[in-house]
Design a protein around this ligand. Sequence first.
Ligand code: GLU
Length: 421
Amino acid sequence: MTTEPVTAPINAWAVAQQQFDLAAERLHLDEGIRRVLREPRREFTCHFPVHMDDGSVRVFTGYRVQHNLGRGPAKGGIRYHQDVSIDEVKALAMWMTWKCAVVGIPYGGGKGGVIVDPKQLSMRELEALSRRFFTEIEVLVGPERDIPAPDVNTTPQIMAWFMDTYSMHAGYTVPGVVTGKPISLGGSEGRNEATARGTVYCVVEAARHLGIELKKAKVSVQGFGNAGSIAAQLMVAEGSSVVAVSDSTGGIHNPNGLDIAKVINWKKEHGTVQGFPGAKDISNPEVLEVECDILIPAALENQITAKNAGNIKARLIAEAANGPTTPEADEILWKNSKFMIPDILCNAGGVTVSYFEWVQDLNRDHWSEQVVNEKLKEIMVKAFTETLAIARREQIYMRTAAYMLAVQRVADAMTMRGLYP
Ligand code: GLU
């Protein structure tokens, strides 16, 4: 009998710092700024009680981290997941800082999370947890200070509860305190699809650069939440064939293409993509390695590692997820001439339309979906083009190029502001 060697789980915060160090080195960044940007500005932890349906009281742990406030208020989602940790939230907050800088929107970076599997809660418990958690983080948030949004397992309904909780305490309605709200409450047209749409705008640009014909391309998507399921649909709309998808329970594969609309209905009915008629059930790691031209990781961190990076067949990788690739895997992908659209660029469509939502809320305005999508496209294409130009000029990997662009922008803002006092 052979046993797998026990390896320590990969720490997202260590990964984020490593990625930053690489860019800081290449930019010859000032030592002082380097020290500041390597750590989050503020970390907040709370343990808060919730009345459960069975009459008991449970205590949950939640976090809000503000990584940087140099270019504007903190911005970033709140995640509900059983594996949330302070280090994960720190990494995600740092990535938000770079993401907002890559696309040039006036925000710093923040992130929040609660350690909970929301699928185990009733609607009433979910509402109680959400309202109490938002109350706890009210010492940090506000439309001029820190603006949360959806992330893994958090929805427009939860954003509505957040907004209502904050507004009840303020005594008046404050729509600009969270984004990703339902349209009826000051949410933006196009916000729900924005992460996936931004990813596909980048994929279209990258495919043109690489000479990949999207109408003949095969696509594999890991993750079937808000980003993954909509990205799959949008790739089908581009004429591509989606050959594999997965969710947290596992994946499915059909080399001749999956009917994504039917897969969505199947998942609604059965709670999993697995068992879909005409497709073969495969594991989540296998979804990354199937024969395809474009791979879209749209699930969680640390999925593409030194172990499996060498098995990836896709020529183009588009990171709709945050942090799906480790630095060791990046080296392998770069050596294997894979073209990477890194997370801080690839999934920035979500926060970009969050910015549009916030601007609309502050101005008591509402834009059409067409206006939103046109503005989103302009920003995504510009950020992609700028990143690609750096990558070509410096002969470097696209992630390093995106980091150089972002870190320089943040460092410039901090240098101009100077150190207080
Ligand atoms: N949670 C999303 C992200 O990781 C969106 C954040 C936002 O809209 O503020 O980018």
